[in-house]
Design a binder for this molecule. Structure first.
Ligand SMILES: Nc1ncnc2c1ncn2[C@@H]1O[C@H](COP(=O)(O)OP(=O)(O)OP(=O)(O)O)[C@@H](O)[C@H]1O
Length: 382
């Protein structure tokens, strides 16, 4: 394996170096007894990249390789121009400017929140700090918790402290390994907006391991999909989130929970019916919401493939609010023999519809056909 890694690097040294300056270059051949994963990734140097895939596909192993917690011969890692591993060098984990947030927050039980944060700060000279202490506290909403001990905090609060502490270590890369997996749905919903704020307000690239698609749709800009069998992990795709989720050749689209991401902007609010009118490239959508949101607010929407039905004409007398003219751009079998997955284009925005194979045959759907996409529910993801 080392020979392969070096050869790839030597062939295009100049262009590799240029590319690596902007982005994360990660090439690893991970080989454990009974499991292998070859990854050759060029990831954006900013924003959130999700490492998503089934249990055992190698997400954590890849993250540990990137952190330098496991040393794999022949590996190559450069983060926005800084080489952390190649044929000649291996920067040990404690010398890598990275923050690591695990599933369970590992705070010091005998220290209050303020001292837990200061512990992160100790080894970072003031000039090197990238996120001021006050900003980290404000971003994670933990100002009122500073005098509390970790055992008096909820799981979500503990995790917010752990994230703030990771930010204070002046990271050039933030690694998060299922940081919400130990939380119940309510705690998860509480903490997700804080993570979305980090994405919006900090210029630190994040690699985010998850196997929860809703989390990924809410947070990620780029998606790395891992898959494979029990003994072999594989990178199935790596690309911008919206485009990659709509690829019908991938298991994400073929599963019963398939969904696409639409970026929309609030147009106005009908307070009599508590409905938001949202604009996006493919038209307008209405979504119930208990409170007004300011026009111009940008939102991520999740549209489940199972909530999209198709009609050949705009059906009158239906309770479905959202109907969009669209074109069929792809058809393939879904997760069960009874279902078909239809890819659609609505004014440049890809959509997925999971319909019965029977309906697909009844409508004689073919690629290129104009249809009406009827969307039963739209989840607003903030
Ligand atoms: N240090 C190790 N030695 C041997 N095998 C390992 C080691 N670490 C991980 N594995 C194996 O590598 C495979 C991938 O594990 P990994 O934890 O990376 O998967 P994952 O996608 O993060 O899974 P999950 O979502 O369940 O956390 C598994 O089969 C695991 O048993």
């Amino acid at each position: 394996m080392p020979a392969e890694g070096i050869a790839v690097h030597a062939q295009g040294a100049a262009s590799e170096a240029d590319r690596a300056r902007d982005g994360i270059e990660a090439r690893f051949a991970i080989a454990y007894p009974g499991f292998t994963l070859h990854a050759d990734l060029h990831l954006p140097g900013r924003g959130v990249t999700a490492l998503f895939g089934a249990s055992g596909s190698g997400k954590t192993s890849l993250l540990r390789a990137i952190a330098g917690l496991e040393r794999h011969a022949g590996g190559h890692l450069a983060v926005n121009g800084a080489v952390w591993q190649d044929a000649q060098r291996f920067v040990p984990t404690h010398r890598r400017p990275l923050g690591y947030v695990f599933q369970e927050a590992s705070l010091f039980a005998h220290l209050d929140v303020a001292r837990n944060l200061d512990y992160g700060l100790r080894r970072i000279p003031a000039a090197a700090r990238r996120v001021p202490r006050a900003q980290a506290i404000e971003l994670l909403g933990i100002g009122h918790l500073l005098r509390r001990r970790p055992d008096t905090l909820s799981g979500g609060e503990r995790q917010r402290v752990a994230i703030a502490r990771a930010l204070l270590t002046a990271p050039r890369l933030l690694l998060m390994d299922e940081p919400l997996a130990a939380l119940d749905a309510q705690r998860k919903a509480e903490i997700l907006p804080y993570l979305a704020r980090l994405r919006a307000e900090l210029d630190i690239p994040v690699l985010y391991v998850s196997h929860a698609l809703d989390e990924v749709i809410q947070l990620a800009d780029h998606l790395v999909l891992l898959g494979g069998g029990r003994a072999t992990g594989q990178v199935l795709a790596s690309g911008p989130i919206a485009e990659t989720l709509a690829r019908i050749d991938l298991p994400t689209a073929q599963s019963a929970s398939a969904a696409v991401l639409i970026e929309a902007t609030v147009q106005d609010y009908d307070s009599a019916y508590e409905l938001l009118r949202l604009g996006f490239a493919g038209g307008e959508l209405l979504a119930p919401h208990p409170t007004p949101l300011a026009p111009g607010t940008r939102l991520r929407l999740q549209v489940q493939a199972r909530d999209v039905s198709l009609a050949l004409a705009p059906a009158p007398g239906s309770s479905i609010l959202n109907r969009l003219p669209a074109t069929v751009t792809g058809l393939c079998s879904a997760d069960t023999p009874a279902h078909t997955l239809v890819r659609l284009d609505a004014g440049g925005t890809p959509l997925l519809a999971r319909i019965t194979r029977f309906s697909c045959d009844q409508l004689h759907l073919t690629v290129g056909m104009p249809v009406w996409a009827q969307i039963k529910a739209v989840a607003l993801l903030g």
